[in-house]
Design a protein around this ligand. Structure first.
Ligand code: ZN
Length: 218
């Protein structure tokens, strides 16, 4: 399984993958997590936060990974808040059981975006997919389910098990970014390369300087 997993291959830098495309740049890396720019960046500051272990979702984190994940969340809010003037949002489409017939990427990844939904849109999202408030430190409770989590700029966390349209949050992100037709990252391999280059320029140094301290905080 891992051999076929793109994220595992980026993590191990199989065949020099990280050097082959700037989207595979490590913006931050520790023994448990890797952060790269996101393919299909519609804005600067769009990231993938992934565990190094091949897990279906964050609900499978062990206690050390969960602690690190929460710490990285805090660090990303602080650092990106400084860089972009707004705290980022996070979302994850968690997989409950390995899909049998699907080209979905079965390696947990949280999407991070330096964008805020306006309050009307956020309210619509919450209502449409029945997002419920929860405590992100309880994410293990979601294990075995397909879910969506959303962590907003204030650190309020929500989850839902509702069925949603494909790439639902990508669509919301695209609409909020004023690029409603560009939500589907699969349609153009090179989508957002300019934004990815900006992201690297804006975040690599601040992440190297400040994120390790957040990551290791008690
Ligand atoms: Zn993997």
């Amino acid at each position: 399984m891992e051999g076929e997993c793109l994220f595992c291959n980026i993590i191990t830098n199989k065949n020099g993958l990280r050097q082959k495309s700037i989207v595979n740049t490590a913006l931050y890396e520790d023994n448990m997590f890797l952060i790269t720019p996101g393919l299909g960046s519609l804005t600067p500051g769009y990231l993938m936060l992934m565990p190094k272990r091949h897990l279906l979702s964050s609900a499978n984190f062990n206690p050390n990974e969960l602690k690190r994940y929460l710490n990285l969340g805090n660090g990303l809010r602080e650092i990106m808040g400084d860089v972009y003037g707004i705290n980022p949002i996070f979302w994850e489409n968690g997989t409950g059981l390995a899909p049998k017939y699907s080209n979905c990427i079965p390696h947990s990844h949280t999407q991070v975006a330096a964008i805020n939904f306006d309050k009307e849109r956020e309210a619509q999202i919450i209502e449409r997919v029945k997002l419920k408030k929860f405590d992100m430190s309880k994410i293990n409770d979601l294990v075995g389910n397909d879910y969506l989590t959303y962590w907003n700029e204030n650190g309020d966390a929500f989850y839902t098990f509702e069925e949603k349209p494909r790439q639902f949050m990508r669509q919301q992100y695209a609409e909020q970014a004023g690029k409603p037709s560009e939500w589907n990252w699969r349609e153009s391999e090179n989508a957002g390369l300019e934004n990815i280059a900006k992201t690297i320029e804006q975040l690599k140094k601040p992440f190297e300087k400040y994120l390790p301290e957040f990551a290791l905080s008690k």
